[in-house]
Design a protein. Structure first.
Length: 550
């Protein structure tokens, strides 16, 4: 069972605790059932002329044991579920952070996000149902042991009827699974149409024919979803009714048929009938929770599978024995570095390099090139997100490897073209308020936001303003290297000029090594050097080079 495997992560005693609490709960239930039957038998034999204080006292004592065992069992299961979810969530979070970046990109953000959010919610929201189901299983086992103690014939009769019921139930479950599969597919189609409306509302408004067709497609998907949903819920109801009916049939067999063929069982029929009625509650819980439990098992299975996949793509890095790299470095060198994306046809896939490059400390370096030339790939190699397929990268003669890759990345602040703006300044332990306000003024954004208690007051700004906040965050990190990927693309002409003629020179004066990917040919002369990429090949361009304007 994947759910139990997930909850047992880093907790070897979970199964023992659940077994003990479940055993106490089940035995308590069976003991209560036995006492009730014993008391009823005594009343039948002797009449009710006095109270059997021994049985009454035993009943009270066992009731208390049963009560506290039930409370402990359900609360313990709920706690274990939340702790198990927390453990797997933390494990996935850590594994994602430590995964090889190239291979992580291949997995995709959607799968990662769903497993950390939706899958954990499915289990957490049904924690109580899981506890009740487990409790019902233990209770059912205990009652069946009690029935076997009364009569082995009744025991095997019940087992036979339950077996037939399970076979029918599972067959109905397969049909239900097929309809749920259809339902999930049509739901995905319907949600896709809703996403199209939200994301393409401008285009929808601009053409009535597109709007009509989109509405017609949504209406068809919605109608089909309602139809499939009704069919699936109808099958669920039939499945539940069948499960409950099986026990009523069993009760009828025990009461009306068995006495005709087994006179020795006649005296025990009331006890067995009470036991069967006692089992209806647990069976009802189990039947009702089967559809939900399949979703829970699926969520647990997906999380464990993702954890296994992430474990296989863990990056080779040793942060515990990391080699310290000084903030004041001399140069970063590429020697015959090449890179190709994995799982692509080498005859048609992109190849970067071989690249020989030296980046000196404190220089302002521009990287140029057309779309698809390899600029973003080079940036990811420079920042250590990608590892070379061949060749080597070194900083002051220290080659990047398992002991130096993390310290190397710690030297580099970045604002990627697809950057994420954190509302909180993670990693900035001590914030200089005056400096923060200076940069907000310098980037002409102090009138729309501010930094309070280590976070931006608001990040709900235009794309250009968000880019400015991203660069301010990178500057406040006080790292010696700053890598910018198409930073000025979202800025207006006025601020773009200010960025190239004022801000970048200011950063250079502060001793920061700036590597900027850019298309702004009007400002190429601001750089100390310009590197040009074309079809994965890198060359240095001088001002009199014919490629000086691209």
């Amino acid at each position: 069972m994947k759910l139990l495997e997930l909850l047992s992560l880093e907790d070897n005693k979970l199964k023992l605790r659940l077994a003990v609490s479940g055993l106490l709960s089940g035995l308590g239930s069976a003991a209560l059932l036995g006492l009730v039957n014993t008391a009823a038998q005594e009343i039948s034999d002797n009449g009710l002329d006095r109270v059997n204080w021994v049985l009454a006292g035993s009943f009270v004592a066992i009731t208390l044991i049963y009560f506290f065992a039930e409370v402990f069992l359900l609360s313990n299961i709920a706690r274990q579920i939340e702790q198990g979810i927390d453990r797997i969530r933390q494990r996935l979070f850590t594994q994602i952070a430590m995964a090889d970046f190239v291979k992580l990109e291949a997995i995709g953000q959607e799968r990662l996000f769903k497993n950390i959010t939706q899958s954990t919610q499915v289990i957490s929201q049904n924690a109580h149902l899981i506890g009740m189901c487990f409790r019902s299983v233990m209770l059912l086992i205990a009652v069946m042991i009690y029935v076997f103690w009364i009569s082995s014939l009744a025991f095997f009769l019940i087992i036979g009827v339950i077996g037939i019921g399970i076979v029918i139930y599972l067959r109905m479950g397969r049909a239900l699974g097929e309809w749920f599969g259809k339902l999930l597919q049509v739901e995905a189609e319907m949600f896709e149409k809703i996403a199209d409306l939200f994301r393409g509302i401008k285009e929808v408004r601009m053409w009535s024919k597109r709007s009509d067709r989109l509405y017609a497609a949504f209406d068809a998907s919605s109608t089909k979803k309602a139809e499939y949903g009704h069919k699936a819920h109808d099958l669920i109801s039939r499945q539940m009714i069948m499960g409950m009916s099986a026990f009523y049939i069993l009760l009828a067999i025990v009461v009306f048929i068995v006495p005709v063929y087994s006179s020795s069982l006649t005296s025990d029929i009331p006890k067995i009938s009470v036991a069967i009625l006692f089992m209806i509650g647990p069976i009802s819980v189990m039947v009702q929770s089967m559809s939900v439990f399949s979703q829970i098992e699926g969520s647990a299975s997906r999380m464990l599978a993702l954890s296994d996949d992430l474990a296989e793509i863990r990056e080779e890095a040793d942060e515990e024995n990391a080699k310290e790299l000084p903030a004041e470095f001399g140069h970063i060198d590429f020697e015959a570095v090449t890179f190709t994306y994995p799982n692509r046809d080498p005859r048609h896939g992109f190849v970067l390099g071989p690249i020989d490059l030296s980046v000196k400390s404190g220089e302002l370096l521009f990287v140029t090139g057309g779309n698809g030339s390899g600029k973003s790939t080079l940036v990811k190699l420079l920042t250590g997100l990608y590892r070379p397929e061949s060749g080597k990268i070194s900083i002051d003669k220290t080659q990047l490897g398992v002991h130096s890759i993390a310290p190397y990345r710690n030297l580099i602040a970045t604002v990627f073209s697809d950057f994420h703006l954190f509302a909180e300044l993670h990693g900035v332990d001590t914030l200089d308020t005056d400096e923060a306000n200076f940069w907000l003024e310098r980037f002409e954004i102090s009138h729309v936001t501010a930094i309070r208690e280590g976070r931006f007051v608001t990040t709900a700004l235009s794309s250009g303003q968000r880019k400015r906040l991203g660069l301010i965050s990178a500057i406040l990190e006080k790292r010696p290297i700053l890598v910018l990927d198409e930073w000025a693309a979202d800025q207006d002409p006025y601020f773009r000029k200010k960025f190239y003629t004022e801000i970048l020179p200011d950063l250079k004066k502060r001793g920061i090594t700036v590597i900027a990917v850019t298309h702004d040919d009007h400002y190429f002369e601001m750089a100390d050097r310009r590197l040009h990429l074309e079809n994965g090949k890198l060359s240095e361009v001088t001002l009199d080079d014919p490629r000086g304007r691209i």
